[in-house]
Design a binder for this molecule. Structure first.
Ligand code: B12
Length: 296
Protein backbone atom coordinates (compact mmCIF):
# COMPACT_ATOMS: atom_id res chain seq x y z
CA UNK A 1 0.00 0.00 0.00
CA UNK A 2 2.80 2.45 0.93
CA UNK A 3 4.29 1.93 -2.51
CA UNK A 4 0.99 2.90 -4.15
CA UNK A 5 0.69 5.98 -1.97
CA UNK A 6 4.23 7.07 -2.72
CA UNK A 7 3.49 6.62 -6.41
CA UNK A 8 0.33 8.72 -6.05
CA UNK A 9 2.26 11.46 -4.32
CA UNK A 10 4.83 11.50 -7.07
CA UNK A 11 2.04 11.79 -9.60
CA UNK A 12 0.29 14.49 -7.62
CA UNK A 13 -2.82 12.44 -6.87
CA UNK A 14 -4.72 12.83 -3.61
CA UNK A 15 -3.85 9.84 -1.48
CA UNK A 16 -6.59 10.56 1.06
CA UNK A 17 -8.96 7.65 0.99
CA UNK A 18 -11.54 7.31 3.75
CA UNK A 19 -11.08 3.56 4.07
CA UNK A 20 -7.31 4.03 4.44
CA UNK A 21 -7.64 6.77 7.08
CA UNK A 22 -5.60 6.17 10.25
CA UNK A 23 -3.43 3.69 8.35
CA UNK A 24 -1.08 5.99 6.55
CA UNK A 25 -1.75 9.47 5.24
CA UNK A 26 1.21 10.81 3.32
CA UNK A 27 1.16 14.55 2.79
CA UNK A 28 3.29 17.21 1.13
CA UNK A 29 2.79 20.98 0.88
CA UNK A 30 0.32 22.21 -1.70
CA UNK A 31 1.21 25.18 -3.89
CA UNK A 32 -0.17 24.99 -7.39
CA UNK A 33 -1.08 21.33 -7.77
CA UNK A 34 -1.73 18.80 -5.03
CA UNK A 35 1.43 17.33 -3.51
CA UNK A 36 3.73 19.52 -5.60
CA UNK A 37 5.66 20.31 -2.41
CA UNK A 38 5.77 24.05 -3.01
CA UNK A 39 6.61 26.13 0.04
CA UNK A 40 6.88 29.87 0.49
CA UNK A 41 9.80 30.96 2.65
CA UNK A 42 10.57 34.41 3.91
CA UNK A 43 13.79 35.47 5.59
CA UNK A 44 16.34 38.24 5.91
CA UNK A 45 20.05 38.05 5.06
CA UNK A 46 22.58 40.51 6.51
CA UNK A 47 23.71 41.73 3.06
CA UNK A 48 23.03 44.78 0.87
CA UNK A 49 20.24 44.44 -1.74
CA UNK A 50 21.74 43.56 -5.17
CA UNK A 51 21.62 40.92 -7.91
CA UNK A 52 24.32 39.07 -5.99
CA UNK A 53 22.16 39.17 -2.84
CA UNK A 54 19.24 37.60 -4.73
CA UNK A 55 21.55 34.88 -6.02
CA UNK A 56 22.79 34.31 -2.49
CA UNK A 57 19.21 33.78 -1.29
CA UNK A 58 18.65 31.23 -4.08
CA UNK A 59 21.87 29.36 -3.33
CA UNK A 60 21.08 29.33 0.38
CA UNK A 61 17.64 27.81 -0.12
CA UNK A 62 19.12 25.16 -2.42
CA UNK A 63 21.52 24.35 0.41
CA UNK A 64 18.45 23.62 2.53
CA UNK A 65 17.65 20.83 0.05
CA UNK A 66 14.82 22.57 -1.78
CA UNK A 67 14.43 22.22 -5.55
CA UNK A 68 13.18 24.67 -8.20
CA UNK A 69 14.06 27.72 -6.12
CA UNK A 70 12.58 31.06 -7.24
CA UNK A 71 13.35 34.32 -5.46
CA UNK A 72 10.04 36.09 -6.03
CA UNK A 73 10.63 39.14 -3.86
CA UNK A 74 13.72 40.93 -2.55
CA UNK A 75 13.60 44.19 -0.68
CA UNK A 76 16.12 46.35 1.17
CA UNK A 77 14.87 46.67 4.73
CA UNK A 78 17.87 48.48 6.23
CA UNK A 79 21.48 49.25 5.46
CA UNK A 80 23.10 45.86 4.81
CA UNK A 81 19.89 43.88 5.30
CA UNK A 82 17.73 42.37 2.54
CA UNK A 83 14.39 40.61 2.98
CA UNK A 84 13.44 37.76 0.60
CA UNK A 85 10.36 35.81 -0.32
CA UNK A 86 11.22 32.55 -2.04
CA UNK A 87 9.13 29.75 -3.56
CA UNK A 88 10.73 26.32 -3.61
CA UNK A 89 9.83 22.66 -3.83
CA UNK A 90 10.22 20.42 -0.80
CA UNK A 91 10.89 16.74 -1.33
CA UNK A 92 10.00 15.36 2.09
CA UNK A 93 6.62 13.74 2.71
CA UNK A 94 4.99 13.32 6.09
CA UNK A 95 2.79 10.50 7.34
CA UNK A 96 0.06 12.61 8.94
CA UNK A 97 -1.33 9.59 10.83
CA UNK A 98 1.84 9.57 12.99
CA UNK A 99 1.38 13.18 14.16
CA UNK A 100 0.04 13.76 17.66
CA UNK A 101 -1.10 17.00 19.29
CA UNK A 102 -3.66 17.86 21.94
CA UNK A 103 -6.14 20.70 21.98
CA UNK A 104 -8.64 22.02 24.47
CA UNK A 105 -11.60 19.70 24.11
CA UNK A 106 -14.25 21.34 26.26
CA UNK A 107 -17.34 22.13 24.20
CA UNK A 108 -17.64 25.71 23.06
CA UNK A 109 -20.57 27.80 24.22
CA UNK A 110 -21.71 31.27 23.30
CA UNK A 111 -21.83 34.41 25.42
CA UNK A 112 -25.39 33.76 26.60
CA UNK A 113 -24.91 30.11 27.46
CA UNK A 114 -21.72 30.89 29.39
CA UNK A 115 -23.38 33.64 31.44
CA UNK A 116 -26.41 31.44 32.14
CA UNK A 117 -24.21 28.57 33.21
CA UNK A 118 -22.21 30.74 35.62
CA UNK A 119 -25.34 32.34 37.03
CA UNK A 120 -27.35 29.15 37.43
CA UNK A 121 -24.69 26.61 38.30
CA UNK A 122 -21.83 28.48 39.96
CA UNK A 123 -24.34 30.82 41.62
CA UNK A 124 -21.76 33.61 41.89
CA UNK A 125 -19.55 35.56 39.50
CA UNK A 126 -16.56 33.77 37.99
CA UNK A 127 -13.41 35.67 38.95
CA UNK A 128 -10.52 35.88 36.49
CA UNK A 129 -7.19 37.73 36.73
CA UNK A 130 -4.86 37.98 33.75
CA UNK A 131 -1.51 39.49 32.78
CA UNK A 132 1.46 39.33 30.49
CA UNK A 133 4.33 38.48 32.79
CA UNK A 134 8.07 39.11 32.88
CA UNK A 135 9.65 41.71 30.59
CA UNK A 136 7.18 40.94 27.81
CA UNK A 137 5.48 44.20 26.77
CA UNK A 138 2.87 42.69 24.42
CA UNK A 139 -0.59 43.53 25.71
CA UNK A 140 -2.70 42.99 22.59
CA UNK A 141 -3.12 39.24 23.11
CA UNK A 142 -4.29 39.38 26.72
CA UNK A 143 -6.41 42.46 25.90
CA UNK A 144 -8.09 40.54 23.07
CA UNK A 145 -9.22 37.91 25.54
CA UNK A 146 -10.04 40.12 28.53
CA UNK A 147 -10.96 43.63 27.42
CA UNK A 148 -14.60 44.58 26.96
CA UNK A 149 -14.46 44.91 23.17
CA UNK A 150 -12.90 41.47 22.75
CA UNK A 151 -11.51 40.08 19.52
CA UNK A 152 -12.82 39.27 16.07
CA UNK A 153 -16.38 40.33 16.99
CA UNK A 154 -16.34 38.14 20.07
CA UNK A 155 -16.79 39.95 23.39
CA UNK A 156 -13.94 39.92 25.89
CA UNK A 157 -14.34 38.53 29.41
CA UNK A 158 -14.94 42.00 30.92
CA UNK A 159 -18.15 42.16 28.89
CA UNK A 160 -19.63 39.07 30.53
CA UNK A 161 -22.00 40.20 33.30
CA UNK A 162 -21.29 37.00 35.22
CA UNK A 163 -17.48 37.31 35.03
CA UNK A 164 -15.36 39.61 37.20
CA UNK A 165 -12.33 40.06 34.99
CA UNK A 166 -9.24 42.01 35.95
CA UNK A 167 -6.60 42.60 33.30
CA UNK A 168 -3.30 43.75 34.81
CA UNK A 169 -1.67 44.50 31.44
CA UNK A 170 1.93 43.74 30.51
CA UNK A 171 5.32 43.51 32.25
CA UNK A 172 3.64 42.33 35.42
CA UNK A 173 5.85 40.53 37.92
CA UNK A 174 4.75 37.04 38.93
CA UNK A 175 4.61 38.21 42.56
CA UNK A 176 2.17 41.02 41.65
CA UNK A 177 0.04 38.64 39.62
CA UNK A 178 -0.19 36.15 42.44
CA UNK A 179 -0.94 38.93 44.93
CA UNK A 180 -3.85 40.10 42.76
CA UNK A 181 -5.10 36.54 42.32
CA UNK A 182 -5.21 36.08 46.09
CA UNK A 183 -6.71 39.53 46.73
CA UNK A 184 -9.54 38.90 44.27
CA UNK A 185 -9.92 35.26 45.34
CA UNK A 186 -9.67 34.42 41.66
CA UNK A 187 -10.98 31.18 40.21
CA UNK A 188 -8.57 31.41 37.29
CA UNK A 189 -5.32 33.14 36.38
CA UNK A 190 -4.59 33.83 32.72
CA UNK A 191 -0.95 34.24 31.74
CA UNK A 192 0.15 35.62 28.39
CA UNK A 193 3.55 35.39 26.68
CA UNK A 194 4.44 36.63 23.21
CA UNK A 195 8.20 36.97 23.22
CA UNK A 196 9.84 33.56 22.84
CA UNK A 197 13.39 34.75 22.20
CA UNK A 198 15.89 32.61 24.08
CA UNK A 199 12.93 30.70 25.55
CA UNK A 200 11.92 33.66 27.72
CA UNK A 201 8.32 32.41 27.70
CA UNK A 202 9.32 29.00 29.10
CA UNK A 203 11.31 30.61 31.89
CA UNK A 204 8.51 33.03 32.78
CA UNK A 205 5.72 30.44 32.68
CA UNK A 206 7.84 28.08 34.78
CA UNK A 207 8.78 30.77 37.30
CA UNK A 208 5.09 31.42 37.97
CA UNK A 209 4.37 27.73 38.56
CA UNK A 210 7.38 27.53 40.89
CA UNK A 211 6.18 30.56 42.84
CA UNK A 212 2.72 29.00 43.26
CA UNK A 213 4.28 25.74 44.40
CA UNK A 214 6.55 27.52 46.86
CA UNK A 215 3.50 29.28 48.32
CA UNK A 216 1.52 26.02 48.32
CA UNK A 217 -1.08 27.63 46.07
CA UNK A 218 -0.62 25.52 42.94
CA UNK A 219 -4.08 23.95 43.26
CA UNK A 220 -5.92 27.13 44.26
CA UNK A 221 -6.27 28.56 40.75
CA UNK A 222 -7.17 27.27 37.34
CA UNK A 223 -4.07 28.24 35.37
CA UNK A 224 -4.31 29.05 31.68
CA UNK A 225 -1.44 30.01 29.39
CA UNK A 226 -1.71 31.77 26.04
CA UNK A 227 0.19 33.45 23.25
CA UNK A 228 0.94 33.10 19.55
CA UNK A 229 3.48 30.33 20.03
CA UNK A 230 1.73 28.51 22.85
CA UNK A 231 0.20 25.10 22.26
CA UNK A 232 -2.00 23.13 24.59
CA UNK A 233 0.74 20.47 24.80
CA UNK A 234 3.38 22.99 25.82
CA UNK A 235 1.13 24.61 28.45
CA UNK A 236 0.28 21.25 30.01
CA UNK A 237 3.94 20.25 30.01
CA UNK A 238 4.76 23.45 31.91
CA UNK A 239 2.11 22.79 34.54
CA UNK A 240 -0.86 24.81 33.23
CA UNK A 241 -4.30 23.31 32.69
CA UNK A 242 -4.58 24.49 29.11
CA UNK A 243 -2.87 26.56 26.46
CA UNK A 244 -4.41 28.74 23.77
CA UNK A 245 -2.62 29.98 20.66
CA UNK A 246 -3.17 32.31 17.74
CA UNK A 247 -6.73 33.20 16.82
CA UNK A 248 -8.22 32.24 20.19
CA UNK A 249 -11.59 33.80 20.91
CA UNK A 250 -12.62 34.96 24.39
CA UNK A 251 -15.71 32.72 24.32
CA UNK A 252 -13.45 29.68 23.83
CA UNK A 253 -11.52 30.65 26.95
CA UNK A 254 -14.68 31.42 28.94
CA UNK A 255 -16.21 28.07 27.88
CA UNK A 256 -13.10 26.28 29.06
CA UNK A 257 -13.01 28.16 32.38
CA UNK A 258 -16.61 27.55 33.43
CA UNK A 259 -16.59 23.93 32.24
CA UNK A 260 -13.39 23.14 34.17
CA UNK A 261 -14.46 24.99 37.30
CA UNK A 262 -17.85 23.24 37.44
CA UNK A 263 -16.11 19.91 36.76
CA UNK A 264 -13.66 20.49 39.60
CA UNK A 265 -16.50 21.33 41.95
CA UNK A 266 -18.37 18.21 40.84
CA UNK A 267 -21.33 20.28 39.58
CA UNK A 268 -23.00 18.58 36.63
CA UNK A 269 -24.59 20.55 33.83
CA UNK A 270 -25.87 20.17 30.31
CA UNK A 271 -25.62 22.60 27.46
CA UNK A 272 -26.15 22.70 23.77
CA UNK A 273 -22.91 23.07 21.86
CA UNK A 274 -23.74 25.87 19.44
CA UNK A 275 -20.41 26.24 17.75
CA UNK A 276 -16.99 24.71 17.42
CA UNK A 277 -15.97 27.22 14.81
CA UNK A 278 -14.61 30.71 15.05
CA UNK A 279 -17.86 32.33 13.99
CA UNK A 280 -19.30 35.15 16.01
CA UNK A 281 -22.03 33.91 18.25
CA UNK A 282 -22.25 37.03 20.39
CA UNK A 283 -24.99 38.72 18.50
CA UNK A 284 -27.00 35.62 17.79
CA UNK A 285 -29.08 35.15 20.85
CA UNK A 286 -30.49 31.69 20.38
CA UNK A 287 -31.50 31.88 24.00
CA UNK A 288 -35.06 33.03 24.78
CA UNK A 289 -33.71 34.72 27.90
CA UNK A 290 -33.42 38.45 27.13
CA UNK A 291 -31.60 39.24 30.39
CA UNK A 292 -28.32 40.08 28.65
CA UNK A 293 -29.60 42.05 25.73
CA UNK A 294 -29.66 45.42 27.50
CA UNK A 295 -26.81 47.67 26.50
CA UNK A 296 -25.61 45.51 23.61
C1 B12 B 1 2.32 44.87 18.11
C2 B12 B 1 3.70 44.25 18.33
C3 B12 B 1 4.54 44.88 19.23
C4 B12 B 1 4.15 46.10 20.03
C5 B12 B 1 3.34 45.65 21.23
C6 B12 B 1 2.30 46.67 21.64
C7 B12 B 1 1.40 46.14 22.67
N1 B12 B 1 0.86 47.06 23.44
O1 B12 B 1 1.16 44.95 22.81
C8 B12 B 1 5.54 46.70 20.41
C9 B12 B 1 5.97 47.67 19.33
C10 B12 B 1 5.62 47.39 21.75
C11 B12 B 1 6.41 45.45 20.32
C12 B12 B 1 7.62 45.34 20.95
C13 B12 B 1 8.46 44.28 20.77
N2 B12 B 1 8.29 43.23 19.96
CO1 B12 B 1 6.62 42.86 19.04
N3 B12 B 1 5.24 42.51 17.84
C14 B12 B 1 4.09 43.06 17.65
C15 B12 B 1 3.36 42.35 16.50
C16 B12 B 1 3.50 43.24 15.25
C17 B12 B 1 1.88 42.05 16.73
C18 B12 B 1 1.56 41.32 18.02
C19 B12 B 1 0.06 41.42 18.25
O2 B12 B 1 -0.42 42.38 18.80
N4 B12 B 1 -0.73 40.43 17.77
C20 B12 B 1 -2.19 40.44 17.81
C21 B12 B 1 -2.75 39.60 18.97
C22 B12 B 1 -4.27 39.71 18.99
O3 B12 B 1 -2.40 38.26 18.72
P1 B12 B 1 -1.72 37.34 19.83
O4 B12 B 1 -0.78 38.09 20.65
O5 B12 B 1 -1.27 36.11 19.18
O6 B12 B 1 -2.94 36.97 20.81
C23 B12 B 1 -3.91 35.98 20.50
C24 B12 B 1 -3.51 34.57 20.93
O7 B12 B 1 -2.13 34.31 20.93
C25 B12 B 1 -4.17 34.39 22.25
N5 B12 B 1 -3.50 34.83 23.47
C26 B12 B 1 -2.50 35.69 23.68
N6 B12 B 1 -2.23 35.78 24.97
C27 B12 B 1 -3.09 34.97 25.62
C28 B12 B 1 -3.24 34.67 26.97
C29 B12 B 1 -4.22 33.76 27.35
C30 B12 B 1 -4.36 33.43 28.80
C31 B12 B 1 -5.05 33.16 26.39
C32 B12 B 1 -6.08 32.21 26.79
C33 B12 B 1 -4.90 33.46 25.04
C34 B12 B 1 -3.91 34.36 24.67
O8 B12 B 1 -5.37 35.13 22.11
C35 B12 B 1 -5.13 36.29 21.32
C36 B12 B 1 -6.38 36.50 20.48
O9 B12 B 1 -6.59 35.43 19.62
C37 B12 B 1 4.17 41.02 16.38
C38 B12 B 1 4.30 40.44 14.98
C39 B12 B 1 3.04 39.78 14.52
N7 B12 B 1 2.58 40.20 13.37
O10 B12 B 1 2.48 38.97 15.22
C40 B12 B 1 5.53 41.43 16.92
C41 B12 B 1 6.40 40.40 17.63
C42 B12 B 1 5.53 39.61 18.58
N8 B12 B 1 7.31 41.22 18.41
C43 B12 B 1 8.50 40.76 18.46
C44 B12 B 1 9.59 41.33 19.12
C45 B12 B 1 10.92 40.65 18.96
C46 B12 B 1 9.45 42.50 19.85
C47 B12 B 1 10.56 43.23 20.60
C48 B12 B 1 11.46 42.31 21.44
C49 B12 B 1 11.34 44.05 19.57
C50 B12 B 1 12.54 44.73 20.10
N9 B12 B 1 13.71 44.22 19.75
O11 B12 B 1 12.43 45.67 20.83
C51 B12 B 1 9.74 44.17 21.49
C52 B12 B 1 9.42 43.53 22.84
C53 B12 B 1 9.74 44.35 23.94
C54 B12 B 1 9.28 43.64 25.19
N10 B12 B 1 9.88 44.01 26.28
O12 B12 B 1 8.41 42.79 25.18
C55 B12 B 1 8.61 39.41 17.73
C56 B12 B 1 8.63 38.23 18.69
C57 B12 B 1 9.61 37.20 18.21
C58 B12 B 1 9.73 36.10 19.20
N11 B12 B 1 9.60 34.89 18.72
O13 B12 B 1 9.95 36.29 20.33
C59 B12 B 1 7.38 39.50 16.79
C60 B12 B 1 6.78 38.13 16.40
C61 B12 B 1 7.85 40.27 15.53
C62 B12 B 1 8.89 39.51 14.73
N12 B12 B 1 8.48 38.82 13.68
O14 B12 B 1 10.02 39.53 15.03
N13 B12 B 1 5.83 44.53 19.53
Amino acid sequence: MKKVMKKNIKEGKNTKNKSEKNISELIKPYGDTLNDGVIQLSFTLPIEYSAKAKKAAEVYVKKLNFDEVQVTHAHKIAHNFTYFVVYAKANATLDYSTVQASEVTTAEMDFYQINDLIKNKLNRPLVVVGATIGDDAHTVGIDAIMNMKGYNQNYGLERYPEIRAFNMGAQVSIEELLKKGIEMDADAILVSQTVTQKDAHIRNFTAFIELLEAENLRKKFLLVAGGPRISNDLAIELGYEAGFGSGTLPSQVASFLITKILDKKGISFEHKNTSNTNTNTNNTNTNTNTYYQDGE
